[in-house]
Design a protein around this ligand. Structure first.
Ligand code: SF4
Length: 206
């Protein structure tokens, strides 16, 4: 899938270089010697001290402008802006934190988002991108481009939300409380073994 996406006919950025499936934050070993950063280097959610590790589906850099962008491949649509802002989906903010800590100051961040593999619409219109680099990022949707003040504010809010999750876990709070109620559970793979039963809970309330 990653290799197929590299052949899509998007206009490449000047001096573009792309990598796929790049680990970060330690925890993985690889024999690849073409990677853009030290995969063992620690990465944390900005301002929380919480270390994270994972793998980014794709990173493009524009060498001429000194710009880096992260993508998560999706067969169809990615998470909504509301999901990103509310901290229900933290993958893109985590990718951005990784790029920031592994690439700066050599590269500026253009943003990050979903790279849609199927369908005929725009492939890159969902995510958190900086309006200042719209010429390089191919993002046409207004709702996915932010001025730098708003872009940083959203990322800070998500970091605060993640911190609340971790703080709750450390405090032993494991309440079963899906963020959008039954809507969240609709496509969940674990509903058969989950102790959340909206009907049972509402019966108890009556
Ligand atoms: S079924 Fe359970 S685990 Fe799945 S989303 Fe709902 S509450 Fe969460």
């Amino acid at each position: 899938m990653s290799a197929a996406a590299l052949r899509f006919s998007l206009d490449p950025m000047p001096g573009q270089k792309s990598w796929t499936e790049i680990p970060f934050g330690g925890g993985r070993e690889t024999k690849r010697n073409d990677l853009p950063w030290d995969i063992a280097k620690a990465v944390e959610i900005s301002g929380t001290g919480i270390r994270i590790q994972g793998q980014i589906d794709r990173v493009d850099v524009n060498k001429d402008e000194g710009l880096a962008i992260a993508y998560d491949y999706k067969l169809s649509k990615g998470a909504s802006l509301d999901d990103l802002k509310s901290g229900r989906q933290v993958q893109i903010p985590i990718y951005l934190a990784a790029l920031e800590q592994l690439f700066l100051p050599s590269f500026d961040l253009g943003g990050g988002g979903y790279y849609t593999l199927r369908g005929k619409g725009a492939r890159l219109n969902q995510g958190l991108y900086r309006a200042a680099f719209a010429d390089c990022t191919h993002i046409t949707s207004h709702i996915s481009k932010f001025d730098d003040v708003e872009w940083q504010r959203i990322r800070r809010d998500v970091a605060t939300r993640v911190w609340e999750f971790i703080d709750g876990m450390r405090g032993g709070h494991f309440r079963v409380k899906p963020s959008l109620g039954k809507h969240t559970c609709k496509f969940c793979d674990y509903s058969a073994v989950c102790r959340y039963d909206a009907y049972r809970i509402s019966r108890k309330k009556n």
